[in-house]
Design a protein around this ligand. Structure first.
Ligand SMILES: [Zn+2]
Length: 316
C-alpha cells in the first residue's frame, strides 16, 4: 500500500503532490497482469488529448476519471500507461491526438480544460490533480520519445508505459523528471521576490531555475539568485518539493540566507526583483497588500515558501 506518512510532509500541501495510487512499479513488467487490469470492469483512466485533460462532466461535478472501456470513443488511442491502483481498481493514462480536444468541445458530458486551470481553481479533487499531473508528464515524454535518442530507430513502449525500448541498438529509455531549484532568499526581516514579464500583473514569486548536470540543488539556487538578482547566498535549507507537470519538472523548494542586499537585476530574465518585508509578505499572502502585490496561489510551492518564512517562522 501507499506509505501513510505522505500527508505529514510539507510537500503534501502543494498541488500535484497528492496521489492516492499505489504505482505497483514492481509489477510493470508483468504483461499478463497489466492486460488483466486493462480489461477489469473497474478499470478507469485519465484521458489527455494533446496536452489537455478531458474531464467527465455531470450535473454535480467534474471528474478526472473515465471508465477505461469508454476511452476509445473519443478517437484513436496513441499510448496507454498503467498509473497504479486504488481501492476502486486500476487506473491508466490514455493519450489521444490533440485534435480530439477540438472535435469534442461541444459535448455537454465532458470538459476539456488545461491542467494549470484545473489545479488553480480546484476543479477536481486534490488526489485527482496529482493523478492528472502524473499522466500529463508521462504522456508528454512518450509523445517526444518515439525515436531512439541513441540511433534514431523507432522505439516501442514497455513496462506498462514506463520505459521505451529500441530494438535496433537495445537502448532503454526512461521517463524524465527535470529538477528545478526554487529558492526564497532571506535577508533579516526581508525576502527577495521577482517577477517575469509573463506573470500575471503584480505577481511576484521566489526565483527559480533548472539544475544543470554536475550541480547540487544548493549551488543551482545560489547561481540563479546571483545571476538574476546579483545577490550572494550562503546557507540553504530544503523545505519541500512539488511535482510540476509543465511539462515534467520537480520543483525543489528551499529557503536561503542572503549574504548581500544590493540588487543588480538581470532585466532580460526578470521584469523586476525587490525585497519585501515580512509584514508585506503577510499582506501579500492575505491579498491585502496596499499595492495589490500578489504571490502564486496555494497550489504552487512558491506560496508555501513565502508562507513558511513569513507566517510559520521557518528560517534558512
Ligand atoms: Zn536505438
Amino acid at each position: 500500500m501507499k506509505p501513510v506518512a505522505a500527508p505529514l510532509d510539507r510537500s503534501a500541501r502543494t498541488g500535484f503532490s497528492t496521489n492516492s495510487l499505489d504505482r505497483m512499479s514492481e509489477k510493470r513488467d508483468d504483461e499478463a497482469l497489466i492486460e488483466q487490469f486493462k480489461h477489469d470492469p473497474a478499470a478507469r483512466c485519465v484521458i489527455i488529448a494533446g496536452d489537455l485533460p478531458i474531464l467527465c462532466r455531470s450535473a454535480e461535478n467534474l471528474s478526472a476519471l473515465h471508465a477505461m472501456a469508454n476511452a476509445a470513443q473519443f478517437g484513436t488511442i496513441h499510448e496507454v500507461a498503467f498509473l497504479g491502483i486504488d481501492a476502486a481498481g486500476p487506473v491508466f493514462a490514455v493519450q489521444l491526438d490533440g485534435q480530439v480536444a477540438d472535435t469534442q468541445q461541444g459535448r455537454d458530458d465532458i470538459s476539456v480544460i488545461d491542467l494549470r486551470t484545473i489545479a488553480v481553481q480546484g476543479l477536481v479533487e486534490a488526489e485527482a490533480v496529482g493523478i492528472l499531473g502524473q499522466a500529463k508528464s508521462l504522456m508528454y515524454w512518450h509523445q517526444r520519445h518515439r525515436f531512439c535518442s541513441n540511433c534514431g530507430a523507432p522505439t516501442r513502449v514497455a513496462a506498462a508505459g514506463w520505459r521505451r525500448e529500441c530494438d535496433h541498438c537495445k537502448g532503454l529509455h526512461f521517463p524524465r523528471t527535470d529538477p528545478v531549484a526554487i529558492m526564497l532568499a532571506v535577508d533579516g526581516n526581508r525576502c527577495l521576490l521577482g517577477r517575469q514579464a509573463r506573470f500575471p500583473q503584480n505577481m511576484y514569486s521566489a526565483l527559480a531555475g533548472f539544475i544543470e548536470p554536475g550541480e547540487t540543488v544548493e549551488d543551482a539556487g545560489r547561481r540563479e539568485i546571483r545571476e538574476e538578482a546579483g545577490i550572494g547566498v550562503g546557507r540553504v535549507a530544503y523545505l519541500a518539493t512539488q511535482p510540476w507537470p509543465f511539462p515534467a519538472s520537480l520543483m525543489i523548494g528551499c529557503l536561503a540566507q542572503s549574504l548581500s542586499s544590493e540588487l543588480d537585476v538581470d532585466r532580460t530574465e526578470l521584469e523586476d526583483a525587490r525585497w519585501f518585508t515580512i509584514d508585506e509578505c503577510r499582506m501579500i499572502l492575505s491579498n491585502t497588500h496596499p499595492q495589490q502585490i500578489l504571490c502564486p496561489p496555494t497550489m504552487a510551492i512558491a506560496h508555501h515558501l513565502i508562507r513558511a518564512w513569513a507566517i510559520e517562522g521557518v528560517n534558512p
